[in-house]
Ligand binder design. Structure first.
Ligand code: ZN
Length: 149
């Protein structure tokens, strides 16, 4: 029986080797770009936002397995979701990465839905230098969402 850590490693490698939603979207899709100079990771996020819903998302970029698999998982988790749901998901992900809430007046987190494959990144929190790799795609996503308003 493989342990949970092995399972998590498999999920991360699967997203790294077979990234979901890889590609680009033509304008008027929003394009956001993020860099993690500590590791050399680069992420581009393309978003089609219609009626408050991310109807399509594509991911470009290169970097370490944590940054690229996190981007792939993020794209799969947010596609077809409303911007409100996505903002909640970003907060939950950052919470899992032990990142403190910046907004003291933020509403309570809705933890009712399972995180799915994203759980596989939970182990990253033990390696503080890799947290920036894991959160890069999520911060780039937030940048893209703020452009789409
Ligand atoms: Zn990295």
């Amino acid at each position: 029986m493989p342990g949970l850590e092995d399972l998590y490693r498999e999920i991360i490698l699967d997203h790294y080797r077979t990234p979901r939603n890889r590609g680009e979207l033509a304008p008027p899709a929003v394009r956001a770009e993020g860099h993690n100079p500590l590791c050399g990771d680069e992420i581009q996020v393309y978003l089609d936002v219609k009626d408050g819903v991310v109807s399509d998302i594509k991911i470009g970029g290169q970097g370490c397995s944590i940054s690229q698999s996190s981007a792939s998982m993020m794209s799969a988790a947010v596609k077809g979701k409303s911007v409100d749901e996505i903002r909640n998901l970003v907060r939950r992900f950052k919470n899992m990465m032990s990142i403190e809430e910046e907004d003291e007046n933020a509403p309570p987190l809705d933890e009712s839905k399972p995180l799915g494959d994203l759980e596989a990144l939970r182990g990253v929190v033990k390696f503080p230098v890799r947290i920036k790799c894991a959160t890069l795609a999520w911060n780039t996503l937030l940048d893209g969402l703020s452009q789409s308003n």
